[in-house]
Design a binder for this molecule. Structure first.
Ligand code: ATP
Ligand code: MG
Length: 503
């Protein structure tokens, strides 16, 4: 029996000024399959999805759904013909309630009015299917990013779609949530839905997908059965050159340089009632201190207290041996602390400004507006980081909003490195970053560390925390429950500690 693909894209082309984002790309989706769309940052994955869902108009090529030519011109139209999408940058409405977000654009009417009861009940059901139990009448913005992401997924699931597209849905989810999502996807697959899934996590690709399409530099490289393509082959296909296992593994070993005798930042009993229980942390120059813990364990809250964003009401902080009050980010910056936040959309990039302006932003702020950085110098700094971090753009003067997701993340990292900080807090720095770039970024972080930078590192990927950290402080339920030396730690020992067992 031959099964026909439900969706076929062929010869798709799309250019933006200075960038050929898609050159003759093809894609086939079969009913009842999970299909991974893979490629490095800027390869064209999100653009292909936008073309498919009517957000971008292609310059050429055709799309067929069940054999029929389609040309969706907006998301609503794609949705109406059965293509449902969760975009990379969650674009729901933060001020509306969770339930409103799930039903936006298709509110059920009862008599003369909107049927709020039904909306609330069905929203609850849709979220319960993902094992999320929250008050759906609260504004979406009152929930963490991970929950917002799940709401976006619930929205896509609650429409009667035949094709479901997920652009990096898991980059802000923890392992439990990923497993829940995958369970939901497996059910949908059973029902014959075709699912297209973009991720940079190789483990996830192999855990869930049947077939893989690889893009490189806007070009179609190949379509493979997941079972027939090894990890290393997949990486090499994406990158277009040989990355040997040895250099991938060697990454693990590199330990840091000379460590200062005294911590640069020392927090003692630092806490915030209702948010974070008193915590002791010592962060040394030349060392990476990792924060281990599940989503909601207090990792980001700890970072926010140290950067003066969240108010603290107990404990003390010493910086360079001196007791200080870090009651605003400005103060923190003055003390040489930098913070690369996890949510680049709301706390990070300014989409309308150029890449150059985004990169020099923090440096300029620290110098004050009266010590304006000459434009030539700004260019030099921006170009240096674009080159060092491999930010894929034709020009530093382009609006940063036009960069691919992973490249925006790199620009944000550049912003803080450019301030030449003494301590850098990295909250999920490699979220959405492709595997080759991730190795480069981690290498760069460690090189800065060897030069004497103190780093506080947060990532929901435990393997990554283990790989870079000299020490790991383990958090659970908004308190620190212990610390392990990096060389003694493995995933088991950290998870045992989190689970509360004696290790
Ligand atoms: N609106 C736009 N204007 C100009 N250039 C754009 C626009 N959208 C995308 N691009 C460019 O097209 C290329 C492909 O971007 P795309 O977002 O599709 O990459 P991606 O594969 O999704 O990457 P990532 O893994 O980082 O999300 C990039 O070079 C990007 O800068
Ligand atoms: Mg993308």
């Amino acid at each position: 029996m031959t099964v026909e693909p439900i969706l076929v894209m062929q010869g798709i082309r799309k250019s933006f000024p200075g960038v050929a984002a898609l050159k003759n790309v093809q894609l086939r989706l079969f009913p009842g399959e999970v299909h991974a769309l893979m490629g490095q940052n800027g390869a064209g994955k999100s653009t292909l999805i936008k073309v498919l869902t009517g957000v971008e108009t292609p310059d050429g090529g055709e799309i067929r759904l069940k054999g029929e030519l389609i040309q969706p011109t907006c998301v609503g139209e794609a949705q109406a013909i059965g293509i449902s999408t969760v975009y990379q940058e969650i674009n729901l409405c933060p001020n509306l309630s969770v339930a409103e977000n799930i039903f936006i654009g298709r509110f059920p009417i009862r008599g003369p009015a909107i049927d709020w009861k039904t909306i609330e009940r069905e929203s609850q059901t849709a979220l319960a299917a993902l094992n999320i139990h929250i008050d759906v009448t609260l504004p979406l913005a009152s929930f963490p990013v991970a929950i917002q992401q799940m709401v976006a997924i619930a929205r896509a699931l609650s429409t009667a779609a035949q094709v479901l597209i997920l652009d990096e849905p898991t980059s802000s989810l923890d392992e439990d949530e990923v497993e829940r999502l995958f369970q939901a996807l497996r059910q949908l697959k059973q029902k014959g839905m075709a699912i297209l899934f973009v991720t940079h996590f190789l483990d996830q690709t192999y855990a869930i997908s049947d077939r893989i399409t690889v893009l490189r530099n806007g070009e179609f490289v190949g379509e493979y059965a997941a079972s027939a393509l090894s990890r290393l082959d997949l990486i090499n296909t994406m990158v277009g050159r040989e990355i040997d296992e040895a250099s991938y593994a060697a990454e693990t070993a590199a330990q840091t340089g000379s460590v200062a005798a005294d911590p640069y930042v020392s927090a003692c009993g630092l806490g915030s009632t209702g948010t974070m229980r008193p915590i002791d942390l010592d962060i040394y120059q030349g060392q990476v201190l990792g924060l281990g813990g599940l989503l909601g364990s207090g990792r980001t809250e700890t970072a926010r207290m140290l950067f003066g964003i969240d108010h603290t009401d107990s404990g003390t902080i010493r910086v360079g041996g001196e007791a200080v009050k870090l009651n605003s980010p400005r103060k923190a910056v003055q003390h040489g602390i930098a913070f690369c936040p996890e949510d680049r959309k709301t706390e990070g990039i300014i989409a309308e400004l150029s890449i150059r302006e985004n990169i020099i932003l923090a440096l300029q702020a620290r110098r004050g507006i009266f010590r304006y950085l000459p434009k030539r110098l700004q260019r030099t700094i921006a170009d240096e980081y674009i080159q060092q971090l491999g930010i894929r753009t034709p020009d530093a003067e382009k609006p940063i909003g036009q960069l691919s997701g992973g490249n925006q993340q790199k620009a944000l990292l550049a912003r803080w490195l450019a301030t030449d900080p003494k301590m850098l807090i990295l909250d999920e720095p490699t979220r959405g970053i492709d595997i080759a770039a991730k190795l480069e970024i981690m290498e760069l972080v460690k090189a800065q560390c060897r030069k004497g930078l103190a780093i506080l590192f947060i990532s929901s990927e435990m393997s990554e925390v283990l790989r870079v950290s000299d020490r790991i402080a383990v958090l659970r339920d908004r308190q620190k429950i212990g610390e392990i030396a990096g060389k003694d730690a493995d995933e088991q020992s950290v998870f045992r500690m989190i689970a509360g067992a004696e290790s």
